[in-house]
Design a protein around this ligand. Structure first.
Ligand SMILES: [Zn+2]
Length: 461
């Protein structure tokens, strides 16, 4: 009996190792194909240079939808279609103005996404500077009629810049309502930038609360924030002038873009991969999220080039409106749920196109351990992709994932050091992306997609 067990074990080891060798061989081919024949970088050039930035509801966003659909139709997908989505359209209007009244020192500002406008003639008022919104308590009625300036510097000690961003981003979204409640007339928020000498303001979503006045909300560059803070130390009563014209412009009909590559063994089981196609209305939306959409499309294209036949249906989704409303992922989830679809896994790319480092994973502890022992070694030594940790699934997957709590989710994680230097700014342009880094990410995504398709049924639940 012992002998049989031992030989059975030996056979399993041989099968196991030959399977691992087969997977390693496939990954070699994927990496070679991505570097030598990948088109993510060329497609990104068109998306950023010929189309440009594409806030949801704009004509540019719809142009990106139609163009992306054409890209998918040129590939051997079984089905390409648009999914109707209604989004609220926010328009920045003319360029914002801001300066210190006494010295006419100009301040670099941008309306935060969703901000209302100042009165036509602008606002001129004294400023209360705090690091945290909670600090406003001690000012009591003095906040009335003032501009509140939240000047919280970025925590540079954090290698994981996404955590540094997350630590302060709620002050961006909560700020206008909290300030308005206290009688403040405008909100000035130090940009979430990882570069302390940055003179570019970074936009991002903010929100209002029903029943509380909506006041203008603007981001100020890190450098201008320091300048204003220094001036306030010299003269606490100085006045700042602010003017912006942004406004909500109603509901616009637009789309998610979807393509399906039918599975040969379990076509009813779906693996979703993709990212958001919209961007903020600045720069070219290159890292956020041109690289995510063009990268996931190219990952599938790489497998197609290698003659791969998927077992499960692979569904590419470009979500609309991640930046200021998440209507695309909500709609995707609602429809998938109403059809009773089986989405067994999801892969999202929305953290930039820098050198790949790994994936954050939403799964059971047993599945995570299995991934760390079975798949991580295939990536780590040769391809420098070593982060396989429990983490957030990504904004869009997280939204539709509320309807699919058992779906295993992967969130692509490139190197985080430079992402928040350019995030949501004019600097997020094609030139900020490196082809080798991008195609290396494509190969990591394609490798993961291959492994998920091959082995998801063996993964512990
Ligand atoms: Zn994004």
């Amino acid at each position: 009996m012992k002998k049989i067990c031992l030989s059975l074990f030996a056979v399993c080891c041989i099968i196991g190792s030959s399977k691992a060798q087969q997977d390693a061989g496939m990954m070699d081919q994927i990496y070679r194909t991505s570097f030598e024949e990948g088109l993510a970088y060329d497609n990104l050039r068109y998306l950023t240079k010929d189309i440009g930035n594409r806030i949801a509801g704009s004509t540019k966003a719809e142009e990106a939808v139609i163009w992306s659909k054409g890209l998918m139709e040129a590939m051997p997908f079984d089905k390409v279609y648009l999914q109707d989505v209604e989004v609220p359209f926010w328009d920045r209007g003319k360029k914002e103005e801001a300066y210190i009244e006494s010295s006419k020192t100009s301040l670099k500002v941008l309306a935060l996404g969703g901000s209302v406008s100042t009165p036509k003639e602008g606002i001129s008022a004294e400023v209360i500077e705090v690091e945290f919104l909670a600090d406003l308590k001690k000012y009591g009625d003095a906040v009335r009629g003032k501009i509140v300036f939240v000047n919280k510097p970025w925590d540079e000690s954090m290698v994981e810049t996404g955590v540094a961003y997350g630590l302060n981003s709620s002050q961006r979204s909560r700020g206008p309502a909290e300030v308005a409640k206290l009688g403040g007339i405008a909100y000035l928020f130090r940009s979430l930038s990882s570069s302390p000498d940055d003179d570019y303001p970074h936009t991002g979503g903010t929100r209002y609360v029903e029943g509380i006045d909506s006041i203008p909300a603007l981001a100020i560059s890190a450098k201008s924030a320091q300048r204003l803070s220094e001036e306030l130390k010299k003269n606490a009563h100085l006045k700042v002038f602010l003017k912006n014209e942004s406004a909500w412009k109603g509901i616009v009909k637009t789309h998610n873009v979807i393509a399906e590559w039918k599975g040969s063994e379990k076509p009813e089981e779906i693996i979703t991969i993709g990212g958001h196609i919209d961007s903020w209305d600045l720069g070219e939306g290159a890292h956020d999220n041109g690289t995510g959409t063009m990268g996931t499309l190219d990952a599938i294209r790489t497998l197609m080039r290698l003659g791969y036949k998927p077992k499960h249906t692979i569904r590419l989704v470009f979500y609309m409106n991640e930046e200021n409303g998440v209507q695309g992922s909500l709609k995707y989830g609602e429809i998938a749920k109403s059809k009773g679809e089986q989405i067994v896994a999801a892969i999202e790319s929305d953290a930039g196109g820098f050198s790949p480092r790994g994936f954050d994973i939403k799964s059971s502890a047993e599945a995570l351990h299995w991934i760390q022992t079975q798949w991580k070694p295939l990536f780590e030594e040769k391809f420098w992709v070593s982060r396989f940790l429990q983490g957030s699934p990504g904004v869009d997957s997280g939204i539709w994932g509320q309807y699919f709590p058992n779906t295993v989710m992967f969130n692509f994680r490139p190197d985080p050091h430079r992402y928040f230097d350019i995030h949501h700014t004019e600097k997020d342009v094609f030139e900020a992306v490196d082809r080798r880094e991008l195609q290396s990410g494509v190969a990591a995504l394609a490798s993961l997609l291959y492994l998920v398709d091959q082995q998801i049924n063996q993964m512990p639940k």
